[in-house]
Design a binder for this molecule. Structure first.
Ligand code: NAD
Ligand code: IPM
Ligand code: MN
Length: 365
């Protein structure tokens, strides 16, 4: 039988709650496909700060690098919000993404028929939405230099950051996006701010250059402000979206709400070599942490992406996706996606119901 080593990074807030569910789901889905997992749990974010004084201990990064895939819950919380930048939980996550060189972040947003009522958009607008945001993850304003605090000529405090992209960074994310679009409905929309920003002007130029390698993909360009509007006006116009680090962060949270809840959206962060990093797009949700209220499905679906994109274990991934749909069909909902007539459950119970569905559901061939 096959075996894989998975680094689990529960992190902060609801992170440990959703990771515990996803771990059980991985174990059961794997065992039904003859796969054995060796889990290594390591601290990251605020949990790591409290334990070791840094948000990404060396041992956490080296363990992650040596494993076959990494599954992360979420990081961050009020307690560490006023820390200096290098001692913020968020810095640990950025160091992890950089350390694993996972430059391509795939964030799928599809409206499940079972959850059309949970969307804040009208049924006819939300129904059938199926899009993929390809977010650049290791460049742009998150990492650009110079950055920092200083004072201006009037002696006033200033904070500054730099949006910078090198051609090779745009080329490689563009190729991932064209490949993704090719396997979907063949439409790619590149989102930028090329009417104002030099980094976006280069972005558009390089995306257009790479397009010549993909004549079968229909490419369009959109400014980010318009894209934010179009996402709620008519989200069905989108198939694959490719965009920079910060625009992708914002647009994927917006896209999540079309599907009913940010608690549903998974992601896969991939590089050229080494293990992928899989995480829900949501954060540590301090407002509901420790109350067994979190929706674990974004993390469970991230575990399915781990199997599919990280390990090539498509059948085990399919088992998990089917089990999530079956659980929703049976009416179980956490608070964020609960409508009239549903059965309201907590994080743990949702996990138990998904496990029952895995056991009883035979995967699609
Ligand atoms: P958030 O995503 O944590 O929460 C936003 C809202 O969505 C909250 O009302 C929360 O309760 C709700 N929510 C999020 N996930 C949910 C789930 N699974 N089920 C039900 N409801 C859910 O964003 P925020 O409040 O802006 O940030 C909180 C902390 O998380 C901050 O410290 C931030 O830096 C961090 N953060 C971390 C990540 C990450 O680890 N990848 C992502 C985003 C934010
Ligand atoms: C996300 C988060 C992170 C980001 C933060 C916590 C660094 O919002 O994963 O979407 O901005 O990338
Ligand atoms: Mn985000």
């Amino acid at each position: 039988s096959k075996s894989y080593t998975i680094t689990l990074l529960p992190g902060d807030g609801i992170g440990p709650e959703v990771i515990s569910v996803a771990k059980n789901v991985l174990e059961v889905a794997g065992s039904l496909e003859g796969i054995e997992f060796w889990f290594k749990e390591m601290p990251v974010g605020g949990a790591a700060l409290d334990l070791t004084g840094v948000p990404l201990p060396e041992e956490t990064l080296s363990t992650a690098k040596q494993s076959d895939a990494v599954l992360l819950g979420a990081i961050g919380g009020y307690k560490w919000d006023n820390n200096e930048k290098h001692l913020k939980p968020e810095t640990g996550l950025l160091q992890l993404r950089e350390g694993l060189q996972v430059f391509a972040n795939l964030r799928p947003a599809s409206v499940l028929p079972q959850l059309v009522d949970a969307s804040t958009l009208k049924k006819e607008v939300a129904e059938g939405v199926d899009l993929m945001v390809v977010r650049e993850l290791t460049g742009g304003i998150y990492f650009g230099k110079p950055r920092g605090f200083s004072t201006n000529e009037n002696g006033e405090e200033i904070g500054f950051n730099t949006e910078v992209y090198a051609a090779y960074e745009i080329d490689r994310i563009a190729r991932v996006a064209f490949e993704t679009a090719r396997k979907r409905r063949g439409k790619l929309c590149s989102v930028d701010k090329a009417n104002v920003l030099e980094a976006s002007m280069l972005w558009r130029k390089r995306v257009m250059a790479i397009a010549s390698e993909y004549p079968d993909v229909e490419l369009s360009h959109m400014y980010v402000d318009n894209a934010a509007m179009q996402l709620v006006r008519n989200p069905k116009q989108f198939d694959t979206i490719v965009t920079n680090n910060i625009f992708g962060d914002i647009l994927s949270d917006e896209a999540s709400m079309i599907t009913g809840s940010i608690g549903m959206l998974p992601s896969a962060s991939l590089g050229e070599l080494g293990p992928g990093l899989f995480e829900p797009i949501h954060g540590s949700a301090p407002d509901i942490a420790g109350q067994d209220k979190a929706n674990p499905l974004a993390t469970v679906l991230s575990a399915a992406m781990l199997l599919k994109y990280g390990l090539g274990e498509e059948k085990a991934a399919q088992r998990i996706e089917n089990a999530v749909l079956d659980t929703l069909n049976r009416g179980f909902r956490t608070g964020d996606i609960c409508s009239a007539g549903n059965q309201l459950v907590g994080c743990k119970e949702m996990g138990e119901e998904v496990l029952k569905s895995i056991d009883t559901k035979i995967p699609a061939a």
